[in-house]
Ligand binder design. Structure first.
Ligand SMILES: Nc1ncnc2c1ncn2[C@@H]1O[C@H](COP(=O)(O)OP(=O)(O)O)[C@@H](O)[C@H]1O
Ligand SMILES: [Mg+2]
Length: 373
């Protein structure tokens, strides 16, 4: 898929700005604080309905305005889709080819987009929540049902936790929520297990290429509750664990076991890179995860995801930069940077260059000409 057009209205530091993108390479140049990441964020919203940087939608409305609009079109499997996202106050509206949608999920079913950013290292080195977020996000894209199951799981979890905080909670009601947690939770575990198994194979190969065979990357699913392929066995394990924790959960006032505490193990050459990896190893592991993510999207959906590289090139050494650019040759890529070095410029095929200055964008007139630094 690729993005054709975008218009940002009262979005971040853009008052009103239109873009027409190249099918392959789009370079976004500008000094710090001019609006490069804002532009990538706008592109992301067009396709995914939410930001990759913030949970707080209101933050994105331009200072002094009370609404924002992001609209544009992308082409997928030879079909053009027009998207219109409007946010005013707390209300967010999506129109997909003129039809009103109400949830992010409506957009998620249409688009495939992967962001590479310096923040990706956090997936590797920070708390399990970051790794769950990575896995969940990927599954949202390739398995629309997953989103629904996870929402239902979280809702059941909230209900159970409210009950646990009561002085004398109704045990039979807790039983009901235990069953619900199992119903959705076991589906989530099954999907995560299958996905991480696949990711493990692919990322291992990718990582070997990125590091010239010097490092072996190993992923593993680390479920909070033991995972079993067999339904009855899983039920026994899941419900049994919830029962075993119930008294303690009542004291704590929350549910202490379940897939909301899952993790993904990441090791390099046998060492747990989450805790003991060097910065360089963690950065490279994150890069391999992203590249593997792309392969899975392609394999599962047949689509080349749109790639956003937000200020990542400068973080990588020359070899890794080249490797990354070469790996992305069939995707539409947006690359933001303060400047581009000659080597990279040469390795890119044709594309557009946008210069960003204080929320205004100007495109170089001739597509193949790159700016002189
Ligand atoms: N809601 C907003 N309204 C107006 N300006 C904003 C808003 N949010 C962020 N900005 C401005 O956007 C700029 C940062 O843009 P950003 O795209 O992150 O920069 P960079 O080019 O370094 O990636 C800052 O100057 C900031 O003040
Ligand atoms: Mg930025």
């Amino acid at each position: 898929m690729y993005i054709k057009k975008l218009e940002l209205v009262d979005f971040r530091n853009y008052e009103k700005q239109s873009f027409c993108f190249h099918e392959k390479i789009n370079i976004i140049l500008g000094n710090n604080g001019q609006g490069k990441s804002n532009l990538l964020e706008g592109i992301y919203i067009l396709c995914m309905g939410k930001s990759f940087r913030t949970q707080k939608d209101l933050e994105m409305i331009r200072f002094g305005s009370d609404f924002l609009r992001v609209c544009g079109s992308f082409e997928k499997a030879g079909k053009e889709l027009n998207i219109d996202v409007l946010l005013s106050g707390e209300e967010k509206k999506f129109k997909i080819d003129g039809f009103l949608g109400s949830k992010n999920a409506d957009l998620l079913e249409n688009a495939y987009m992967v962001v590479f950013s310096p923040e990706d290292m956090r997936i590797v080195k920070e708390e399990p929540e970051k790794r769950r977020g990575f896995v969940d996000h990927e599954l949202f894209m390739i398995r629309p049902l997953y989103y629904k199951n996870l929402s239902k799981y979280k809702k059941s979890l909230r209900h159970r936790n409210i009950l646990l905080k009561e002085e004398m909670p109704n045990e039979e009601l807790i039983d009901v929520w235990d069953e619900n947690l199992f119903k959705y939770g076991s589906k989530i575990m099954r999907e995560r297990n299958g996905f991480i198994e696949k990711l493990k194979q692919i990322s291992k190969e990718v990582h070997a290429s990125v590091t010239n065979g010097k490092e072996i990357l190993e992923l593993s699913y680390e479920p909070d509750m033991t995972f079993a392929e067999d339904f009855e066995e899983q039920r026994h394990l899941f419900i049994g664990r919830l029962r075993a924790c119930r008294e303690a959960d009542k004291t704590r006032g929350f549910t202490s076991a379940g897939p909301h505490r899952d993790d993904m193990g990441i090791s390099v050459n046998g060492v747990d890179v989450r805790r003991f990896g060097s910065q360089g190893q963690q950065r490279t592991a994150a890069l391999s995860l992203r590249l593997a993510e792309l392969s899975i999207i392609k394999e599962e959906t047949g689509e080349d995801a749109v790639i956003l590289l937000d200020d990542v090139l400068s973080e990588l050494d020359g070899e890794r930069q080249k490797f990354l650019i070469q790996s992305l040759s069939s995707n539409q890529v947006f690359i933001s940077a303060a400047e581009m070095n000659e080597e990279i410029k040469k390795s890119l095929s044709d594309g557009y260059v946008y210069h960003i200055f204080a929320g205004r964008a100007e495109r170089d007139s001739a597509p193949v000409v790159y700016p002189d630094n």
